[in-house]
Design a protein around this ligand. Structure first.
Ligand code: UDP
Length: 340
């Protein structure tokens, strides 16, 4: 299948592109490289640097790349804290960008989309595990922008015969088992990479955001889902749409939660290193527990997570981190230091 991937040079995008290629699909990537990394993409990808808000750019790419059957849409800003400080930036890229993209997909006859949404649409959950029909009520701008695009896609579905699968992910983590692509955000705010940075350097530590939650060990519980399992789900969703099946909204999570302390303990086991931990204050807007129900993904997409143990997830993240302590920006000297 020929697939357009927006934001294909980002964390989840690049792993999905890798898996699409591994499965023999033809891949066209567009990414403005503001957050993405060109080096995360394999040869064999038709890559176009540009922005989904740029109509002329989209038109040129879609004119040139005929025969695209579906789009996996990742391109978006994704930092919760920044989204609260810069809502216009987030609405502009995430919402206006998606309006423009969908307009041009329709103009070019591309009527299947898999959309990268988030558990942040649920806000403070009313029930655990969270089901797809649980109430949506985002508590930050990032979640709100994703929910707005969900509505846009559903409305476009009804109005223009557009078919979609909306995927709401929980905590994406891990790296390709080869260790050559992985998570590299700037700034890094996510727990697992920060814990591994602390494991990798005696000078660094990690702060636990709150130890007084109503959970067994007092720290927040999250559902950590491996990025390659997410990648598989995107491809299964596209193949599901290709069969002519009906549009869906589906959670992607392990269906099981780990506390912040359990994550740190796993990192200690996997790295064999001590990790300096500071017990800090709660971070604003963090619910105590977020765990997905993944029944629908299993039933509708015949999807099943491969990485079900936290240590095996951590091992892939550590392999990437050890080989690329500075992410994609490592110098030749850093690279050589892996061998000598
Ligand atoms: N967290 C933490 N220290 C950090 C970063 C995160 O204790 O330096 C906690 C955070 O409060 C949350 C969990 O780790 O409970 C996962 O946070 P992350 O930012 O990775 O993902 P989020 O759940 O916000 O999407």
């Amino acid at each position: 299948m020929k697939v357009l991937v927006t934001g294909g040079a980002g964390y989840i995008g690049s792993h999905t592109v890798r898996r699409l290629l591994e499965e023999g699909h033809e891949v066209v990537v567009i990414d403005n490289l503001e957050k993405g990394h060109r080096t995360s993409l394999d040869q064999g990808v038709n890559f176009y640097k540009g922005d989904i808000r740029d109509s002329a750019f989209l038109n040129t790419v879609l004119d040139k790349e005929s025969g695209i059957e579906g789009c996996i849409h990742f391109a978006a800003y994704s930092q919760v804290g920044e989204s609260m400080e810069k809502p216009i930036k987030y609405y502009d890229n995430n919402v206006s960008g998606s309006v423009n993209l969908i307009k041009f997909l329709l103009l070019h006859g591309i009527k299947k989309i898999v959309f990268s949404s988030t558990a942040a649409v649920y806000g403070e959950p009313e029930e655990i595990p969270i089901k797809e029909n649980s109430a949506v009520c985002p508590v930050n701008t990032y979640g709100e922008t994703k929910l707005s695009v969900e509505s846009l896609i559903r409305r476009s579905g009804s109005a223009y015969g557009f078919k979609y699968v909306i995927l709401r992910y929980f905590n994406a983590c891990g790296a390709h088992p080869n260790g050559d692509i992985g998570e590299d955000h700037d700034p890094e705010t996510h727990l697992i990479p920060l814990v591994l940075k602390a494991a990798g350097s005696r000078k660094k530590d990690v702060t636990i955001f709150g130890t007084d939650y109503d959970t067994e060990d007092g720290t927040c519980i999250r559902d950590y889902i491996h990025v390659m399992d997410l990648a598989d789900a995107h491809i299964k969703a596209l193949l599901y749409l290709a069969k002519g099946s009906k549009s869906q909204t589906i959670n992607l999570g392990l269906g099981r939660g780990f506390s912040v302390r359990e994550i740190i303990d796993s990192a200690k086991r996997v790295t064999g290193r001590d990790i300096k931990v500071i017990e800090g204050k709660r971070r604003k807007g963090d619910p105590a527990v977020l765990v997905a129900s993944n029944e629908k993904a299993r039933e509708i997409l015949s999807w099943e997570p491969y990485y079900t143990e936290i240590d095996s997830i951590m091992e892939t993240a550590w392999k990437w981190h050890k080989g690329h302590p500075k992410g994609y920006n490592e110098t030749i000297k850093d690279y050589l230091s892996n061998f000598f």
